[in-house]
Design a protein around this ligand. Structure first.
Ligand SMILES: [Zn+2]
Length: 247
């Protein structure tokens, strides 16, 4: 194959997951900095024949050298480790958080669609978690991802009247906060609201320093609900565009 028929690229990437492919290979699902989610074959890794197989574990951050021939898949021709996150790997609690984070990124992305900012958010969360656990880490990560993808609310005002005080509800359907005069949606506690406003208002560090398990659980629950309602809606719009598929 001539060189100009190979589409090569080098990109920083985080391994989201891997799965078996053929006799000896694995498919590595990557979130790359520039290209979004990419799928690449790592040849020979299951027979120990790969020079860089050990660098391709979920959550590993690599500088990946990829090329794409005629097919859909890239092939990994080189992988240089940027970070392994050793502390995370040795701690089950942190490992569970990371597996949820990787799963969410995988679920909200389509192959070959750039998601500017998402790689940095994931990398930042992994680095924070490597340095030490925080009660608010997962909530912070989830809401930053929602914000980056345009799924987070205006965090300072009622979506109906614009009031900045007495925000007591979160309207999952329309995706906004509402005040006591416009009770719509699910209740949000004052503690969780403060943390949410910090996360969405550029004060993530401050939020991460809080040890408030109750608020963390509430914000994680709410974020999961938002993700769920978005995926249900996009499924519906997909069916509306392709009516035959809904039969
Ligand atoms: Zn209002």
């Amino acid at each position: 194959m001539s060189a100009n028929r190979l589409r090569g690229r080098t990109d920083s990437a985080i391994v989201l997951r891997t799965y078996k492919f053929g006799e000896a290979d694995r498919i590595v699902v990557l979130l790359s900095e520039e290209g979004g989610k990419l799928r690449a074959v790592a040849k020979g890794v299951r027979k120990g024949k790969s020079r860089f197989g050990a660098r391709l574990e979920p959550s590993s951050c690599i500088k990946a050298e990829l090329y794409r021939g005629q097919g859909e898949l890239y092939t990994i021709v080189g992988a240089e480790a940027i970070s392994h996150y050793r502390n995370i790997r040795e701690d089950l609690t942190r490992l569970l958080k990371v597996s949820r984070m990787l799963e969410i990124v995988d679920s909200i992305t389509l192959d070959d669609v750039p998601h500017p900012g998402l790689y940095q958010i994931l990398k930042g969360a992994l680095e924070t978690l490597e340095a030490g656990d925080s009660e608010m880490l997962l909530a912070g990560f989830l809401w930053r991802v929602l914000q980056n993808e345009g799924m987070a609310p205006h965090h300072e005002e009622c979506s109906i009247c614009g009031s900045e005080s007495n925000l007591v509800n979160y309207d999952l359907r329309d995706g906004g906060l509402t005040c006591a005069q416009h009770p719509k949606g699910t209740a949000i506690s004052p503690q969780a609201l403060i943390v949410l406003q910090e996360i969405l208002g550029g004060k993530l560090r401050q939020a991460l320093n809080r040890a408030d398990k109750t608020a963390a659980n509430e914000l994680e629950w709410l974020a999961e609900k938002v993700l769920q309602s978005h995926s249900e809606r996009s499924l519906k719009s997909l069916k509306a565009t392709h009516p035959a598929q809904s039969l």
